[in-house]
Design a protein around this ligand. Structure first.
Ligand SMILES: Cc1cc2nc3c(=O)[nH]c(=O)nc-3n(C[C@H](O)[C@H](O)[C@H](O)COP(=O)(O)OP(=O)(O)OC[C@H]3O[C@@H](n4cnc5c(N)ncnc54)[C@H](O)[C@@H]3O)c2cc1C
Length: 425
């Protein structure tokens, strides 16, 4: 059988990483205690936690490490969920909601500590910018709700937004100085190194083709042969429903696009506060400046996930709309990534059988939550279910239209929201 070997896209991150040849060339074992599928940040955090606990772990990845969203994203590590404290409390009770909120803040700190231990540089500050004047109220409400839970965010007005960002597009915003940004692929490579140092096993370019629950454990078919596993963790995000079809109406794979400019030089008056930001539109833009002075800008969304190339001209036009001074700056890299969104924009975490776990659908807010969810699955399997049970009780809703009609319906909703983003401007 001929198989295509997956490679990282020509992204800024991939260009900065040397060859990574840490995977095993040994044959697959016939049986393993813990099988983690997908070496993105969820799978890496889960596998590392199990290896820290002295467990026998095998991590399988269909491409190179962090081939999915984890190696291609905006690198913004933020606390909280897409829902604010009030909405979360109403849906799941204040005690549980507060606990989860605090865990998401701890996860940000954990990722910062892991990055430090791996010598991956971070730049502090992350926040949100009001793209419409009508968004200021919900942004203020969010800042007040977060403060009432001891999470201090600095809110600022239109003038300060312009000074901080170098753009006149925004009506105000907030920044969290405990949030930060980093190179996500470098971070994933750091995680895999520490997992391998703990004795974990990894096979890259090995897709799991089928997963079957048996009376005891799971039968697993892969590109490199079959094996039995006592515990299985499906950490395949945008691809999760290929192995677990029951998740297909809860998860929608979407493509998102990024570019990196040439280094801008010290005289460019952009993002002088060094923080990373996202705007408040439904189809949002997000950006940060890295330590070399490149602007890393993301946005646009495509539901046709077979699309090969990113829409360079449209993405560049969006960047220039926010930063007109960057017209003609020179773009070194443009790339696309697939992520999974859920209807309520909250992650979809749970158990599909005794000993079988999944976590996916972080909806663009996964850099810290993957640490929380990945480690919570491992802890649950080892008998400590507290955090996992909290995460598994996050509200979820199926996309309307079920598996086949969800796409046209979502396209209609997005077109309407895009029009609103445009008309409210
Ligand atoms: C362009 C873009 C920008 C983003 N920006 C941000 C941001 O700034 N901040 C933020 O918090 N979040 C952001 N996100 C979201 C974030 O990247 C994700 O939430 C997070 O990386 C999810 O990690 P994961 O490990 O669950 O999934 P993934 O990283 O997608 O990993 C899943 C892995 O499973 C592998 N796989 C799939 N099927 C199989 C199989 N059958 N067998 C073996 N392996 C398999 C895939 O190859 C992949 O490597 C962004 C996402 C994208 C795409």
């Amino acid at each position: 059988m001929t198989m295509t070997t997956l490679k990282h896209p020509d992204s800024l991150y991939a260009s900065q990483q040397g060859a990574q040849s840490s995977h095993s060339d040994k044959p697959l074992p016939k049986r393993i205690s813990h099988l983690v599928i997908g070496a993105g940040l969820t799978g890496l955090q889960c596998a590392q936690r199990l290896a820290e606990g002295g467990q026998e772990v095998l991590l399988l990845e269909q491409g190179p490490v962090a081939w999915g969203a984890s190696g291609r994203n905006g690198g913004q590590v933020l606390a909280g969920f897409a829902w604010g404290p009030r909405q979360l409390s109403q849906a799941m009770g204040e005690e549980r909601a507060r606990r989860l909120w605090q865990q998401s803040r701890d996860a940000v700190q954990l990722v910062a500590n892991q990055a430090k231990a791996q010598d991956v540089g971070v730049q502090w500050g992350g926040g949100e910018l009001a793209a419409q004047s009508s968004h200021i109220k919900s942004l203020s409400d969010f800042v007040h709700e977060a403060a009432s839970w001891g999470h201090d965010l600095h809110q600022f007005d239109q003038d300060e937004a312009s000074q901080r960002t170098g753009s006149d597009r925004f009506y105000g915003g907030f920044v969290d100085q405990k949030a930060f940004h980093l190179d996500p692929l470098a971070f994933a490579h750091g995680l895999v190194r520490s997992y391998l140092d703990l004795g974990g096993r990894l096979h890259v370019n090995c897709r799991v083709r089928e997963l079957t629950k048996q009376s005891s454990g799971f039968a697993v078919q892969t590109d490199l042969g079959s094996l039995q596993a006592d515990h299985v963790y499906v950490c395949t995000n945008a691809w999760a429903s290929a192995l677990l079809p029951e998740l297909s109406s809860y998860l929608m794979p979407v493509a998102n696009f990024m570019l990196a400019t040439k280094p801008m030089g010290p005289s460019t008056n952009i993002l002088n506060d060094q923080a990373a930001y996202a705007d408040t539109n439904f189809v949002l833009d997000y950006f940060r400046k890295d330590s070399d002075g490149r602007l890393i800008f993301g946005g646009l969304v495509a539901y046709d996930t077979n699309r090969k190339g990113p829409d360079r001209a449209r993405l560049e036009a969006r960047m220039i709309r926010t930063f007109p001074g960057l017209s003609g700056v020179g773009i070194d890299f443009v790339w696309a990534g697939l992520l999974a969104i859920s209807r309520l924009r909250l992650p979809i975490i749970g158990s599909f059988a005794d000993g079988g776990y999944y976590a996916a659908g972080y909806s663009g807010h996964g850099l810290a939550l993957t640490a929380l969810a990945g480690r919570a699955m491992a802890d649950a399997a080892l008998g400590h279910r507290g955090v996992f049970d909290d995460l598994a009780s996050l509200p979820r809703k199926a996309f309307p239209g079920g598996r086949y009609l969800r796409l046209p319906l979502l396209l209609a909703i997005t077109s309407y929201q895009r029009l609103r983003d445009h008309l409210e401007r």
